[in-house]
Design a protein around this ligand. Structure first.
Ligand SMILES: [Mn+2]
Length: 308
């Protein structure tokens, strides 16, 4: 059996939708596969998307299974059931491990600089001439993933490919109002349960000296209520670690508010982005994604000198 999976600590709409859509594409081609994850989908997988007739499989991993890894290339976050030697394909857009996987998987490693993995999956349907056969629910899942991962097409990581894939899916679903439905639903969820939203979008990742290992992120259309509840945000983050940052993205303003635990973290960010802070919050416009913050940190000169 082929098992599609994403990270063990973290499952967002891009990983979730892409695994489901890839499973359905394989099915159309007569290949059986299962989507298995131990991670809880975060707030970007909204209630209405979770309630669609497509979801995770209950499946017991067996020693003969092969794995397709989606939206992930850092081994530290692989599910415990994944056996590296049995990986047959890996599709990701996070920086850092391109060389390792290219060596190991050759043409079956697809780590591409694209806004969303959902875009790559939609393109796969197209390459197989099956885009018009895509289920409408699957198409909406992929649309949500592209909207979320590209920050409504404002993220630097956004490519023309993302815009084109979204347009085609929009035509396919004939749903031209999906954007406001989706972002409205995400907004309501975050406002209703801020702590859960933070906890389910947390990354604990040792990157480099410039960043703490606890990296939170929230993407929300209108940030006003979150800024009013900043104490809840801080309390939640403090439970994880002494040093942290949380990247709160305001889609409405196309702005990132990066709240930091202390001066040390703030100073590093000020250096990285050549900007000032107010009350340990570094504000950046246009907004930036967590993976872009990591990329910037990895490119800082001190890091290169120390690791050469
Ligand atoms: Mn992604």
């Amino acid at each position: 059996m082929i098992v599609l999976t994403s990270g063990k600590k973290y499952l967002d709409i891009d990983g979730y939708a892409s695994c489901l859509a890839y499973r359905e594409l394989l099915k159309m081609q007569g290949i059986d596969s299962k989507f298995v994850s131990t991670a809880i989908p975060n707030y970007s997988v909204t209630e209405s998307l979770l309630n669609l007739p497509f979801g995770l499989d209950k499946y017991e991993i067996s020693p003969t299974d092969k794995f397709i890894i989606i939206d992930l290339s850092n081994k530290a976050f692989f599910e415990n059931f994944v056996r590296e030697d049995d990986i047959v394909e890996l599709i990701d857009h996070h920086p850092g491990f391109e060389g390792y996987w290219a060596d190991k998987l050759k043409e079956n490693s697809h780590i591409e600089q694209v806004g969303a993995i959902a875009t790559i999956i939609a393109e796969k349907y197209e390459q197989c001439n099956l885009l018009n056969n895509m289920n409408k629910n699957i198409a909406e899942l992929l649309m949500a993933a592209i909207l979320d991962n590209t920050l409504n097409f404002t993220a630097k990581a956004t490519k023309q490919r993302d815009i084109e894939a979204y347009k085609k899916l929009e035509i396919l679903t004939n749903n031209f109002d999906f954007k406001s439905t989706y972002f409205g639903e995400v907004q309501n969820f975050i406002e209703k349960d801020l702590v859960t939203a933070i906890v389910n979008d947390m990354k604990l990742e040792e990157t480099c000296e410039y960043l703490p290992k606890t990296l939170g992120q929230l993407t929300i259309y209108d940030i006003t209520t979150i800024l009013e509840k900043l104490e809840i945000v801080k309390d939640t983050m403090n439970k994880y670690d002494e040093h942290w940052l949380i990247n709160i993205i305001s889609l409405k303003e196309n702005k990132s508010y990066i709240a930091c635990s202390d001066e040390t973290v703030t100073d590093n960010l000020e250096k990285m982005f050549n900007t000032a802070s107010i009350n340990n919050i570094v504000a950046l416009q246009p907004s930036i994604l967590r993976k872009e913050i990591i990329k910037t940190a990895l490119g800082m000169p001190m890091y290169e000198i120390r690791h050469k």
